[in-house]
Write a protein that binds this ligand. Structure first.
Ligand code: PGA
Length: 252
């Protein structure tokens, strides 16, 4: 049985009480299985979520992390602080961070390093815009994003990261990429990483797909050999729908 990683990305949603209630409601709905699930929550809810999910296999993570360890960086949250509340992973470079907060690939490279040094699993998000897709630039865009953000990592560090391929045009639009197209792209990503870091590392590396994943389409997506999980926005906000998707992953 394949071990998938199903991650909800709550974005700017849910208070502390809404978050803990979600976990209370979620746990009885989940079936047993090897596939892992996680929630990337707002910073304010992390500690309560970690406490609420203690003793379960639900992983809690942040949606961002600072590129700095400490010091005069008003408004920043470091990897050590996230680890300190018991969270285990961090999304890095989500397209909304790239688009609205102008995060560059170079900055994301620093964030990845910081996350690893702080003991978090970084989930690097990459993906092309609609214009880049229409200009047939998908492969070069993705390879460039990977190269710049991961270029400084050694093999050991590479074995501790995840990638989430999220075409920008599929996020929040209701129009997911087709499973066949995602499979093709994930294979290109894996082959690219294998050329740089060796096949052994990249064979085990999890490549998640994100962009309008729903209970209706997750089974077919996860049935592709190079899709190792999903990063889910809108459909992760409702507990029944998130539970359904995790349970489908546990059936496959
Ligand atoms: P979506 O978002 O599932 O609502 O398309 C995915 C994401 O932004 O990670």
């Amino acid at each position: 049985m394949k071990e998938f990683f199903i991650v909800g990305n709550w974005k700017l949603n849910k208070t502390i009480s809404e978050s803990t209630q979600f976990v209370k409601n979620l746990m009885p709905l989940l079936t047993q299985g090897t596939s892992r699930c996680g929630i990337a929550a707002p910073f304010t809810a992390l500690e309560s979520l970690v406490k609420e999910s203690k003793g379960t296999d639900l992983l809690i993570g942040s949606q961002n992390v600072s590129d700095q360890k400490d010091g005069a960086y008003t408004g920043e949250i470091s990897a050590e602080m996230i680890k300190d509340v018991g969270a285990g992973f961090a999304l890095i470079g989500h397209s909304e961070r790239r688009q609205f907060y102008h995060e560059s690939d170079e900055l994301l490279g620093k964030k990845i390093k910081r996350a690893l040094m702080g003991g978090l699993i970084p989930i690097l998000c990459i993906g092309e815009s609609l214009e880049q897709k229409q200009a047939n630039e998908v492969i070069s865009v993705l390879e460039n994003q990977l190269d710049k953000a991961l270029g400084a990592l050694n093999q050991d560090e590479m074995s501790s990261i995840c990638i989430a391929y999220e075409p920008v045009w599929a996020i929040g639009t209701g129009h997911a990429a087709t499973p066949a197209d995602v499979q093709k792209t994930h294979k290109i990503i894996r082959d690219f990483l294998a050329r740089k870091w060796g096949e052994k590392v990249c064979y085990h590396l999890k490549i998640l797909y994100g962009g309008s994943v729903k209970p209706d389409n997750i089974r077919e997506l996860l049935s592709q050999p190079d899709i190792d999980g999903a990063l889910i926005g809108g459909a992760s906000l409702e507990v029944e729908s998130f539970a359904k998707m995790v349970n489908i992953a546990r059936e496959i």
